[in-house]
Design a protein around this ligand. Sequence first.
Ligand code: RIB
Ligand code: CA
Length: 314
Amino acid sequence: MAGPRKIIIDTDPGQDDAAAIMLALGSPDEIDVLGITTVAGNVPVALTSRNARITCDFSNRKDVKVFAGCEKPIRRDLVTAEHVHGATGLDGPELFDPETPLQPAHAVDFIIETLRNEAPGTVTLCPLGALTNIATALTRAPDIAGRIQEIVLMGGAYFEVGNITPAAEFNIYVDPEAAEIVFKSGIPIVMIPLDLTHKVLTLKARVDRIRALATRPAVALTDMLDFFERFDVVKYGSDGGPLHDPNVIAYLLKPDLYGGRMCNVEIETGSELTLGMTVVDWWQVTDRKHNALVLKDVDADGFFDLLTERVGRL
Ligand code: RIB
Ligand code: CA
């Protein structure tokens, strides 16, 4: 049996990002988190870095290496989402000054050096926020593209359309130029869009199951989810809100929970009206090259079974 899969989580915590980090850290036999790199997105990078460290403390994993990354998109001003995640970016549980240290190296340098030091094709990148760090690393060190096993990212939308504008999903919208670099890189990509994550709702019964674990990590996570879902419940009128980012990790752990198809995906970077839109040729009406496995189907109950079981191990 192969050893645990080596990953770098690139993230903008973010309550749903924190859920993804907990799922990964609760699965040490299958996943080896080489490092967590933070990026500006939901909140500025100083806060996403603090929140990543707090999440490692909650997870009883103060050994995890956390690196702060880019503080703004490649070309544009930063757009944040405090209206969803709260002023801290991790509203819900009582927060504290984390003990998990912040590493001195920049996130982009850590990504480049790790990919150069690890065997080619053995490291998976798991972006959960804007793609600024990833695109900056690829631009600064083109040699790493051929060394990346796969990029499994949460971002984009097609039939579900946008959540930050009528056309765009937040992670892509924050840095569309970065997304264009990644989707044109030729690196194998698995794209987990809103079309999938909007089927993964934090129904009360599901959240209650996690809370019933009655451990510090589980209580912290459910406090986060209770806060995080309120915005989407009002917006979509649903029972619970979509839980986006942990689907990236769940896909690595149990890919059979998911379904989709190879497609061409292009990023709108010119039009202000549709900036950041992921134009997915789902019906194959063009001869554009397939550059991403776009996922659409998910066994949501199976996902929550997995999340609950692994958070229970922390
Ligand atoms: O659009 C949802 C995505 O944007 C999630 O990754 C959420 O954490 C925010 O980053
Ligand atoms: Ca995120």
